[in-house]
Design a protein around this ligand. Structure first.
Ligand code: GLA
Length: 685
């Protein structure tokens, strides 16, 4: 079943709560346990002033709620929940299981995760639990039930926040619990050991298994690990956390069936390890956490992640559970956001479908490992740029209330996104260790933005048939069913663009034989006998003006309907095809055999746009200076113009009227540097 079909039934948005219908949600993770009652009262005043209407509460409260096994203290939580409710602020209540209390690992050290080299991850940080531990599950679910029963009827409870960023620090556990659960998972997947041996190619290096008990998680070994086992372990690890999510969700469903349930995903470049396309059906609405990458390209990466999140959510509203008002505390250098970025980032998420804008966290901690992470109320207090910007954003979101509940309009161009290709394409034992799956996908997204073309980033298993152009960057893992879907897509007169190192292996990381790009060779009409990766300082020029880095391939034409769009003009491959296109009844299949970076990709797309109208830019995008995103319902269309530059940009209004920000005359609107203008146009007149 595709993601598109499967998620359709379960969608439920946050309950109306104190706010009533038709308003965007605004708030933060709130950690009142770090503060005195006096500060709580000040928090209520400042939240109201900023327009906060929801908080996620209790995420890291387990040690206070259950100070000793089976001994409960809910008094303080009762108090703050009532105070929030009296202040008109609703609660996305956490199940509080994210970080177990010190007594747990003292009593049960066997819940602690183990790394691939056998190191035990001790308490003292957070998330020190094995996803497959039956003991952790017993205590965790007992706590979930307690909380659910206690607050089931509280009017402030509008959603459940299950655990927190499941797998952020513990996604891969190599313990004996994991070994047992992995074997069970494998027995579900493979009917027999013979099947498993065949899938993993265990004839290689004497790895053949005679008993299930011989199978271990991929712990550190003398050299390259079996790739089939690695891929299955990654799938298993993603599934193991989903099982835990399901277990908490089942308790909540039993006790509070009417309260929607979510968990915060991490759709971002820094977290590859969970295939969220397989989690969407397990939440009532999608939530995401995203942190801006400082410097060049960060803004486009944010848009890419927000767009992908919107497509995981099938175009329906989703919840931005966390982002930062300014600096984080976990990069090498943690820069403050620049003027305008706080609002621009938040509104970019809204453009891509977020109906809730929340931050980590409400008040900047005084102590603990996150004391230098920004918050809505910084150490400097309310007389600060950050708090003023926060309050301003609160007002903007109030003005944007009409956008609530609208869906994002699909683009005409899609970029396929596949978590398994991300995992496998960057595996060790490959022709080059320098390939970067997500960076390649982002280059195509950036190049499309540069040209003023809207694109959707869509999970591989969702329906892409309605797009006019589908781009498959480094789609390395291609099963027979994916191959057939792509063949059918092109046969229906659409355009497919595939990049290097695609179609190479099947779903077990076994190479498709007969020459590369393996599964997609006939569709693309090319044949590659050998890869030609480049050394770090090597570059190769292409006849269309682009420059290849990192990767090239020696391509030969294998079908007479294929034309060469660009050749290499120097180096070992001089004269050989670098970009090809096979024409197929009204559509085509283009192959780009090199890593060209966003600049080179832009040249490829410009070249193709003469033949493919969907690749021609929107004039409102002002030649790529603005990103255009559109949300709509039956009555209105809301166009978000997001300034990608540090200068003011003018954009044709095209019938819209500014809903927020932007000086306009009759024909144009001015979008301030790093600003966002939203216009509204009536539909169906
Ligand atoms: C994650 C966590 C939060 C906080 C932030 C800091 O997103 O969920 O608790 O640690 O990171 O960026």
């Amino acid at each position: 079943m595709s993601t598109q079909d499967a998620g359709a039934d379960r969608y439920r948005w946050v309950k109306e709560g104190s706010l009533g219908a038709g308003r965007l949600r605004f708030g933060a993770d709130y950690n009142p346990e770090q503060w005195s009652r006096e500060v709580w009262r000040d928090d209520m005043r400042l939240m109201q002033r900023a327009g906060v209407n929801i908080v996620s509460l209790g995420i890291f409260s387990w040690a206070l709620l259950e100070p000793r096994p089976g001994e409960w203290d809910f008094g303080w939580l009762d108090e703050i929940i009532d105070l929030l409710h009296e202040s008109g602020i609703d609660i996305d209540l956490a199940t509080a299981t994210a970080s177990p209390p010190p007594w747990m690992s003292r009593l049960h050290p066997e819940v602690l995760p183990v790394t691939e080299d056998g190191t035990v991850l001790h308490p003292g940080g957070r998330q020190h639990w094995r996803p497959t531990s039956p003991i952790f599950r017993f205590y965790g679910l007992r706590l979930v039930r307690k909380i659910a029963e206690r607050y089931a009827d509280h009017p402030a409870l509008v959603a459940w926040h299950i655990s927190n960023e499941l797998g952020c620090h513990n996604v891969f556990d190599y313990s004996d619990d994991a070994a047992r659960a992995f074997r069970t998972w494998l027995q579900d997947r493979y009917a027999t050991l013979d099947e498993l041996n065949d899938a993993w190619g265990t004839a290689f290096w004497s790895q053949r298994y005679a008993e299930w008990d011989e199978i271990l998680p991929p712990r550190v070994a003398p050299t390259h690990l079996n790739p089939g086992r690695q891929l299955d372990f990654e799938r298993f690890s993603s599934d193991a956390l989903r099982d835990y999510l399901r277990a908490e969700s089942a308790v909540l469903a039993e006790v509070t069936p009417s309260v929607p349930r979510t968990t915060n995903f991490m759709v971002t470049e820094v977290f590859p390890s969970i295939d969220y396309a397989t989690w969407v059906d397990d939440v009532d609405f999608v939530s995401n956490d995203h942190y801006l990458r400082p410097g060049a390209g960060g803004r486009d990466e944010l848009s890419f992640s927000a767009n992908l999140t919107g497509n995981l959510a099938l175009g329906r509203p989703w919840f931005l559970m966390e982002h930062a008002t300014s600096a984080v505390n976990w990069r090498d250098v943690n820069t403050a956001k620049r003027e305008g970025e706080l609002a621009r980032d938040a509104l970019t998420h809204v453009g891509h479908g977020a109906d809730a804008v929340c931050f980590f966290q409400w008040r900047q901690s005084r102590a603990g490992g996150e004391r230098y992470h920004s918050a809505m109320v910084p150490h400097a207090g309310e007389d600060s740029r950050v708090y003023r910007d926060v309050a301003e954003l609160g007002r903007t979101l109030t003005d944007l209330a009409p956008v609530t509940g609208t869906t994002r309009l699909p683009a005409r161009v899609a970029i396929l996104f596949d978590w398994e290709s991300w995992w496998v394409a960057e595996r060790d034992s490959h022709p080059s260790s320098r390939l970067r799956y997500r960076a390649e996908a982002l280059d195509w997204y950036t190049a499309l933005l540069d040209l003023g073309v809207r694109a959707d980033v869509v999970p591989l298993d969702s329906c892409f048939d309605d797009y006019e152009v589908v781009i498959a960057p480094m789609l390395h893992v291609v099963s027979e069913s994916v191959r057939s879907r792509l063949v059918a897509f092109v046969a229906s007169g659409r355009e497919l663009v595939v990049t290097y190192f695609s179609g190479i292996v099947d779903e077990h990381d076994r190479v498709w034989l007969g020459g590369y790009p393996g599964a997609l060779r006939d569709l693309l009409g090319v044949l590659v006998e050998e890869f030609a990766p480049l050394l770090p300082d090597q570059r190769t020029a292409l006849s269309n003006g682009a420059t290849a880095r990192v990767w090239t391939e020696r391509v030969r034409l294998a079908d007479e309907s294929v034309t060469v769009l660009a050749t290499y003009t120097d180096g070992d491959l001089e004269g050989a095809p670098a970009i090809t296109r096979r024409r197929v009844d009204g559509g085509g299949a283009t192959y780009v055999a090199s890593d060209l970076g966003a600049d080179g990709v832009r040249m490829v797309l410009s070249g193709l746009s003469a033949d493919i109208p969907a690749l021609q830019g929107d004039v409102r995008a002002a030649a790529g200076a603005l990103e255009i995103v559109v949300r709509a319902d039956e009555r209105s269309e809301y166009c978000f113009r997001i300034n990608r530059t540090d200068a003011d940009v003018s954009s044709p209004l095209r019938g819209g009227i500014p809903l927020i920000e932007g000086d306009s005359d009759e024909s144009d609107v001015r979008v301030p540097a790093r600003g966002v203008v939203v216009t509204r146009a009536a539909l169906g007149r």
